[in-house]
Design a binder for this molecule. Sequence first.
Ligand SMILES: Nc1ncnc2c1ncn2[C@@H]1O[C@H](COP(=O)(O)OP(=O)(O)OP(=O)(O)O)[C@@H](O)[C@H]1O
Length: 480
Amino acid sequence: MFNSRNAGATQVQPTSPVPAHAIRFRTPVVETPAVFLITRWVWRLLRSVVLAPFRFPVAVSTVAGVVATVHYLGWVWLSLGVALSGAGLAGWWWRWPLSFRSLVVLRALATWRWLWVYRRHWQPVLVVAGLAESYQERQYLPQVKSVTCSEWADRVRVRLVAGTSPADVENRVVELAHGFAAPSCRVTVLGPRDVVLEFPRRDLLAEPLDALPIPDEVDLCALPMGLREDGQTWRMRLHGTHVLTVGVTGAGKGSVIWSAIRALLPAIDDGTVRVWAIDPKRMELSYGRPLFARYADSAETSVALLESAVEQMQQRAARYAGRQRTHTATADDPFVVVILDEVAFLTAYHPDRDIRRRAENAIATLTSQGRSVGFCVLAALQDPRKEVMNLRNLFPDKVALRLDEASQVDMVLGEDAHERGANAHLITPDVPGVAFVRLEGSPIPVRVRAAYVTDDDIAAMVAEYGPSPGLRSVPGEGVA
Ligand SMILES: Nc1ncnc2c1ncn2[C@@H]1O[C@H](COP(=O)(O)OP(=O)(O)OP(=O)(O)O)[C@@H](O)[C@H]1O
C-alpha cells in the first residue's frame, strides 16, 4: 500500500489497520476456569442465605415458623396457626385499617413491585434509556437499594454509578417513566450517589376536577384549591404572603384565580375579605364582577386601583405602628386580596412608560410591605422572564403551570426546582390546571391540579354571594 502511487485514494476497511497503526495490540481473551465461576456462585448463594433473615425478616420468619410447626407439631397445628393468623390480620384490618394498610398492604405491594416491575425490567430499561455506564468493557448500572410504596407512588431508592450525577438521571425521566409504565418520574437527591426515583402508579390528576365545595369557614392560610398528586387536598395560603401564578396561554391560570376566589366566598360575604380585581383582558374576571369590592380593566384605572391599595395599606400600617405587628381579618380591617390578571400588561407591554413605572412601583410597594398588614397580591403571568416581570422575587409563593422551557421552571419556583423534579415544561396541554408548587416547609415541589370553576359555577357564586359588601357598605370604594 505504501508503494502505491495513489495511496491517498485507497479505500480502507474500518476494521483493518490504517497505515499509521500498522501493528495493533488486542486485549488477550483469557477464559476463566469453571472452578472460579462456581466458587463465585456458591459464595453469592451463601451470602444471600446468611443475609436473608436481615433483609427479609418477616418473610424468613414466616417460612421458618411454617417449617418448624409442620416438623414439630404436624399439619393440624399448621392449619390452626394459619386460621388464627388470618383472623388476627382480619381483626387488625377491621380495627386499625390505616396501620394495617401501611404496615402490611403497602409493604407487600412494595415487595411485589420490586420483584415484578423494577428488578425484572431494571437492566433493559436503564440500558435502553442510556443510563448504563461502561468501563473496561464491563457494564455498570445504578443499583436499586430499596422500593417503598405510598398510597399513590413507588419510591425507588437508587445508588448511582460513581462518576455519574443526578442530572444524568433527570435528563432521562421521560424514558424511565415510559420504561416502567408510570405517568411520570421525579428525581429527589438525598445525598452523594443517593437518589430516589418516584413513579406514580396512576395519575390522580389526569381527570379535570370539578369546583370544590365552598367551605363553611375560611382559613386564609389554607384555602382549598384542588388536588395534590398524592390525593390530598391542595391548600394555598394567602394571608401573610403574595402568590404569583405563571403559565403559558391556556395553562389554567384562571382556574387558580377562581378557585381562590371561590374558597374566599364566605369571608367576602361577611366582609372580612375584600377582593380588588384588575382584569386587563376583560375576559377572565369580568364575569364575577359583583363579587369584587373594586374592579378595573383599563390601564389608567388599574394603576389608580393599585395606588389606592398602596395608600390604604400605608394608612393601615401607620395605624398599626407601635400597636400591633400582625393583622387579623375583621369587617373593620378586612384582608384585601388584589388580583392582577396578566400582570405583564401593566409592567411590560403597555406602551406608556409612565403607566409601567407607576404600576411597577405600586406592585413593588404592595408586595414588599403588605404582608403583615393584611394586603395580598395574587398575580397571573404568562412569561416569567426578567425583562417581562422583574418583580417576581417579591412574591414568596409561586405556582408553575405549564411552561415553555425547563429554564423557566427555576425562574418561577427557585433555583433547584427543576432538579428536584418540577417538570412544569413537560406538562401536556391536555391537562390545564396542572401545576407544580412548593408547599410550606418542604423544598420538594409537589404536582397539583386546580379545580375547574366553570362559567356556570361563577354565575351561581355571583347569584349567591354578590354583590360584595365592599360595594354595598364602604363609601369611596366601588367599581373603579
Ligand atoms: N383546572 C382546570 N381543569 C380542567 N380544565 C381547565 C382547567 N383550567 C382551565 N381549563 C380549561 O383550559 C382553558 C383555558 O384555561 P384558562 O383560560 O384558565 O387559561 P389561562 O392560563 O388563563 O390562559 P390565558 O392566559 O390565555 O387567559 C379553559 O377554557 C378550560 O377549558
